[in-house]
Structure formats: C-alpha cells, structure tokens
Design a binder for this molecule. Structure first.
Ligand code: ADP
Ligand code: ASP
Ligand code: MG
Length: 405
C-alpha cells in the first residue's frame, strides 16, 4: 500500500460537476488500496475574483485581512470536495492550512513555510479517513492566517508530501503534463514523460506556468517525486526526478516563453567601478528582482546598462532609476514593455556546443532581432520584440526537432 498526495488545481474543481468528478477520481484511488492526502485550490478563477472584490472595497487592503479573504477560496473548495466524497462512501475530513500544521512567517500574501507538523493529517490517515487540505495557506508565528502566494497550492502539496513521507506527489492540472513548449502556441508540442528537477526549474523560471516554481525548488531540495498529470484522464503524465546519469541527455528538451518582464535602459552611465553595484543594490533594497542584464561597450567613458524587471515592479524601478540618474551623472532612463523572452532548455547543453549558434541563426532566419541574451549551464534566453514571440517559439521548437513525429 502506498501513500500519495493528490493536488487538484482551480480548473479541476471549477464547478460542481468537476468537484464530483474529482471526488470520483479520489474514491477510485482509495479503492485500489492507496492512502491519499488531498490538496485543493480555490474553484476556477475564485482567487482572482476575491482579489478584485478587495480592490473594489479598499485602497489599503491590509495584509492580514487579505489573507483571511483569499484563503476562504480554498476553504470553500475543500469542504465541498469532502461532501462529495462522503456521498461516494469515502470518509473525508477537510483541514485548513493551520489545522494541517503549516507554520509560516508573517509575510502576508507571500508567506514562507517554516515548518509542517502534520499530526492531524497522520491521525486522520491512521483512522482510514481521507484528509483534504486547503492549499496555499498556513498560520503565522503570530497566530494569524497566512496565504502562501499565487500558485502556492503546489507548494502545499509538495511540503505535505515531504512531511508525511509520501511515495509521490501528484499535481493534477488542465493539461496532461509538461510539454516541450506551450501547447497553446505550438499544438504539436509533445508531452515529456520525464524531466529533471534542474530542467523543470529552468522552465518554470522562464515562463512555464506549471508547476509553481517554488514547489519545484522545494521538491528538489527534499527529493519529493512529482507526477504532473491531467485531472480529466487516467493517462500517465510527466514524472519529475533527479537526472539519471546513465541516460543520454537531450541537447534541447524544451522551449519556453515569458511576457511578464519589462526592459529598462539607463543611458550615458559613467564607465567606472561601483556604478553597476550602486544601481542593482538600490533595486535589490526594494526587493525588485532584476533578471537579464546587458552593459554595452563604453564609448568616450560612458555606456548604457539594460536590464529586465517584472511588469509589476516597473513604477518603483523607474523612480529609483530616475533618482540614480542624477546621483551618478547618467543622461536618462527609458523602459520598453513590448518585449518577451524566449528560452531553450536542455541538460545535454552542458556537454554540447553549438546550441547558441543554432538558436541565433533560427531567430535571424525569421527576421527576429535579439535585444538581450542570458545563459545558464542548461539554458539560453533571448529577449525579442513581444510581437514576434510566438514566431520565435514555433521556429525554435522546429529547429530543435521537438514536435510530435
Ligand atoms: P492552473 O489553471 O492549473 O493553475 P495555469 O493555467 O496557470 O494552471 O497553467 C496551465 C497552462 O499552462 C496549460 O493549460 C498550458 O496551456 C500552459 N503551458 C504553458 N507552457 C506549458 C508547458 N511547457 N507544458 C504544459 N503546459 C504549459
Ligand atoms: N488559488 C490560489 C491561486 O490561484 C493558490 C493556488 O491555487 O495555488 O494562486
Ligand atoms: Mg489555467
């Protein structure tokens, strides 16, 4: 008999029929003799709706009240799912994050897990009951309800899998697994039966929305085996684990894209030691996560520095950059939101050259200009015009032979 975590995303529990279908899926798993702990997200787009309601009511939106509000979405889903399970003859109990033993810091709307004490979950299991846990929530060290952030239910599932020693953590979503690229952009994208933690981390860091990046980090750190699969079929999805050394690694395994970043350029920057340090220290002091960075060669002692920031951090980054322009004697700062990043990822890049050349040639052949480049040992990313991003993804997916045969 095994112990499984089954996490169902918002689409999977989107309406009463879907909730009953999920209950049926859980009941069938339980009837095969497995022990199951369930984690649920809020129904459909409920989290977005709750956030919108808060905006309609308040300008201040205190963090404590926001978390109390948002976590209500998961609470509704978990109790409804338990009711549907009871109708199928499965004894199930719902648990809030706090009841499930999730202790977090006090950082409302983006709380970090400090510790999981799953005593109540374990005792429910030992009584033959199915625990159903509200995702993305916990209780802070100051005893307030906290929300783990968008996509946090994946992290709840992985953390619980580690805490109860589950054999695997199944993340059910609206696609059959992780694909070689976004199937909405390239319909012939292929399901990846296996992917390593390292590759999936690079994918989620560069635009693949599933699973949430934090949950992949947690799974890698604690060696939790992940299985990403569809809530609507019983077909095998994507298994995520350690890289297998004996396996021949694909040079390129996937292509991702991301339209969530803005390019900023500070121009006429004096080219001397300490200037870049000052710029990026000022941004990091306000928690802006700078990603790609390019500094041009200097001419007559001045240069341009370009970098990317998340769209949501543009205003604060611009105001900091404008203050810095005066301080360091630069000539100006500009921003461009119409950019997008395309990335190719593959563990085999570690030992193969020529991927960058093929990538740049493919973009050039499609008249796509590269504005910035960044790399890791297993990834190459290029910033291009947003209007050309789908063409870039399609062309690269083709070049690296990733489509269905
Ligand atoms: P959920 O609704 O479960 O929270 P999202 O809608 O955020 O999930 O993400 C799931 C979607 O991500 C899928 O419907 C799919 O279109 C898209 N997607 C983008 N890139 C990939 C990829 N490489 N593999 C699988 N799905 C992807
Ligand atoms: N419902 C929350 C969200 O949409 C948490 C989650 O589902 O992971 O972000
Ligand atoms: Mg979705």
């Amino acid at each position: 008999m095994g112990l499984l975590i089954q996490k169902f995303g918002g689409t999977a529990v989107g309406d009463p029929e879907r909730i009953k279908a999920v209950a049926d899926h859980i009941a069938r798993t339980v009837n095969t003799g497995e022990q199951v702990v369930v984690v649920v997200s809020a129904m459909g787009k409920e989290t977005d709706e709750l956030l919108r309601l808060a905006e309609d009511v308040s300008v201040k939106r205190p963090g404590r009240e926001m978390d109390m509000l948002i976590t209500a979405g998961e609470r509704k889903a978990m109790s409804l799912l338990c009711m549907a399970l009871h109708d199928l003859g499965v004894d199930a109990d719902s648990f809030t994050g706090s009841q499930a033993g999730f202790l977090t810091d006090t950082n409302h709307q983006n709380a970090k897990i400090i510790e999981v004490k799953p005593e109540r979950i374990k005792s429910a299991l030992s009584e033959g009951r199915v625990p159903v846990v509200g995702g993305s929530q916990g209780v802070s060290v100051e005893n307030d309800v906290t929300f783990l952030g968008r996509g946090g239910s994946d992290t709840t599932a992985v953390a619980l899998a580690h805490a109860v020693g589950a054999d695997a953590c199944e993340l059910y979503t609206d696609v059959t697994g992780v694909f070689t690229t976004d199937p909405r952009v390239v319909p012939s994208a292929r399901l990846m039966p296996n992917v390593s933690f390292d590759e999936l981390l690079e994918m989620t860091a560069t635009g693949c929305p599933k699973p949430a990046m934090r949950s992949v980090e947690y799974a890698r750190t604690h060696g939790v085996k992940l299985h990403i699969r569809s809530a609507f079929t019983w077909q095998e999805g994507t298994w995520v684990g350690e890289e297998k050394e004996e396996m021949e690694q694909a040079i390129v395994s996937a292509v991702t894209h991301d339209t969530s970043e803005t390019k900023m350029t500070i121009s006429g920057v004096p080219d001397k030691p300490g200037i870049a340090a000052g710029v990026f220290r000022a941004l990091s002091d306000v928690d802006v996560n700078v990603d790609m960075i390019v500094q041009n060669t200097s001419e007559h002692g001045v240069t341009d520095i370009s970098f990317t920031v998340p769209h949501g951090d543009l205003d604060v980054s611009m105001s900091i950059a404008q203050d810095l322009v005066e301080e360091i004697g630069a000539t100006g700062v500009s921003s461009d939101t119409e950019v997008a990043r395309v990335s190719v990822i593959g563990a085999g890049m570690r030992s193969n050259s020529g991927v960058a050349a093929s990538m740049f040639e493919t973009l050039a052949n499609n008249e796509i200009n590269i504005q910035m480049i960044s790399t890791s040992a297993i990834r190459i990313s290029c910033m291009v015009a947003e209007t050309q991003i789908n063409d870039a993804v399609k062309a690269l997916h083709e070049t690296f032979g990733l489509a269905e045969a």
